[in-house]
Design a protein. Structure first.
Ligand code: NAD
Ligand code: WQD
Length: 338
């Protein structure tokens, strides 16, 4: 198949491009590089031996999308492009809704015009809000995400549900990611945050490399095993493979389908620090500070629907997640700027 991958130069997108290429698909990447580097595309070639077609451009550009759909015989779209920084979304919600919601609408309009109806969308466990019971399965009702970023994901999910209901030609996968971490085992591609990282693993790895002094642990008074927040961390390569499996499933069926992509196992912040120290041999200085506004105590998935439907499950464990994060960080201390 010929697949348009929006946001394919970014963290998860670049790993997905690798897996789609390795699965034998042709890939066209569209990315405006607002949070990524074109070097990731060259690195994809180093890993796969294949150079994906790469276009610098914006998903909100109607004309460009029309040109892309008329120039390439696109069969499906895998849609990663979007802004994802929670704190930034609180400061500038309009920019988040404009990019994530309007951008998705523009993309859907262009797809419909071009008669392309297969879509895999990057959603997030954040759409569950603050669920009462763990683990979270897909039947769990969506909640109220605690920030504009999360609400933009839920809005796009709702738009996609209405769109799929309006026309049986649509085949849509909503993939709700838990906490993606890790990097490709080659060390050629990985997460390269702009400025100080917001997420736990990138922060820990920048402490380990000496760019940041110490980790702030946001609260140790949650009702969890050691008082710190619990999350379901998933290796980005497993996550990327989930997209290949989801696309295969939807191309032979119409309608909209939802899958959690997680491991089903939760680790606390203190367990993550210990695991990082164990797998890298580096001590991580940390300090317990106040809870971070909007954080929930715990969040982990029931991933069995993806196993039943897609025959997909996460294969890589915590030590691989950490070793690969550290391999990427230590080989590329300044990310793609090295
Ligand atoms: P990322 O920022 O590394 O990748 C997103 C890519 O989209 C970037 O390369 C960016 O340049 C591009 N982009 C943004 N707006 C664009 C636009 N208007 N037009 C074209 N390109 C645009 O982020 P990521 O971690 O790889 O996340 C990918 C997707 O997965 C996002 O939609 C994100 O919301 C979602 N997601 C991420 C996580 C996570 O923890 N990383 C969790 C759940 C869901
Ligand atoms: C994990 C745990 C923190 C940083 C966010 C988004 C979510 C999704 C994934 C896109 C929590 C603790 C963190 C630090 C810490 N993104 N922590 N010190 O909050 O589960 O999810 O990223 O969809 O929408 O909200 O991930 O990595 O930020 O935090 O103690 O410096 O680590 O409190 O318990 P989170 P995270």
């Amino acid at each position: 198949m010929v697949i348009l991958i929006t946001g394919g130069a970014g963290y998860i997108g670049s790993h997905a491009v690798v897996e789609f290429l390795l699965a034998g698909h042709d890939v066209v990447v569209l990315d405006n590089l607002c949070n990524s580097s074109q070097i990731s595309i060259e690195r994809i070639k180093k890993i796969t031996g294949i150079m994906p077609k790469f276009l610098v451009g914006d998903i909100r550009d109607h004309q460009l999308l029309d040109q892309i759909f008329s120039r390439y015989a696109i069969d499906a779209v895998v849609h990663f492009a979007g802004l994802k920084a929670v704190g930034e979304s609180v400061k500038d919600p309009l920019n988040y809704f404009e990019n994530n919601v309007n951008g998705s609408i523009t993309l859907l309009q262009a797809m419909k015009k071009a008669n392309v109806f297969n879509l895999v969308f990057s959603s997030s466990a954040t759409v569950y809000g603050e669920p009462k019971n763990m683990p979270i399965s897909e039947e769990c009702p969506t909640g109220v995400p605690t920030n504009p970023y999360g609400r933009s994901k839920l809005m796009v999910e709702q738009i996609l549900k209405d769109t799929a209901a309006s026309d049986p030609r649509w085949s849509v996968a909503l993939l709700r990611y838990f906490n993606p971490i890790g990097a490709h085992s080659s060390g050629f591609i990985g997460e390269d945050p702009n400025g100080p990282p917001n997420n736990l693993l990138p922060y820990i790895s920048q402490v380990a490399i000496g760019k940041l002094q110490e980790l702030s642990v946001y609260g140790d008074d949650y009702p969890t095993k050691d008082g710190t927040g619990i999350r379901d961390y998933i290796h980005v390569v497993d996550l990327a493979k989930g997209h290949v499996a989801a696309l295969k499933y939807i191309t032979s069926r119409s309608d909209i389908h939802v899958w959690n992509l997680g491991t089903g196992v939760g680790y606390s912040v203190l367990e993550m620090i210990k695991a990082f120290e164990h797998n890298s041999g580096i001590k991580i200085p940390y300090r317990i500070v106040q809870r971070r506004l909007g954080d929930i105590a715990e969040c982990w998935s029931n991933p069995s629907k993806a196993l039943n439907d897609l025959n997909w499950k996460a294969e890589l464990g915590l030590s691989e997640m950490i070793k690969d994060t550290w391999n990427w960080q230590s080989n590329n201390p300044n990310g793609y700027q090295d």
